[in-house]
Design a protein around this ligand. Structure first.
Ligand code: ZN
Length: 84
């Protein structure tokens, strides 16, 4: 079974492969350790993204996020969760 981008994103977060770098009010930069290498990913508050992966090549600056961008999004949302 092929995992969906959403499932892959969740796995990347769960495995701790997302390292958040610079974070500003307009974008979040991160490094995602993938199976075949490291990807530099940036997500913007307007919903677009930039990524060094193949998917990013084709879909940069659209709202069709790659797994890495989704993972960064998940990771930042997690960060914002209140401490239980
Ligand atoms: Zn990507």
């Amino acid at each position: 079974m092929t995992e969906t981008r959403a499932e892959k994103a969740q796995r990347l977060v769960d495995e701790g492969r997302v390292t958040i770098g610079q974070k500003t009010s307009s974008f979040t930069q991160a490094v995602v350790q993938g199976k075949d290498g490291r990807y530099r990913t940036t997500i913007y508050v307007n919903g677009t993204f930039w990524c060094t992966c193949k998917w990013g090549d084709f879909h940069n600056y659209t709202d069709d996020l790659c797994a890495h961008a989704l993972a960064v999004k998940l990771a930042t949302e997690k960060e914002n969760e209140p401490c239980p």
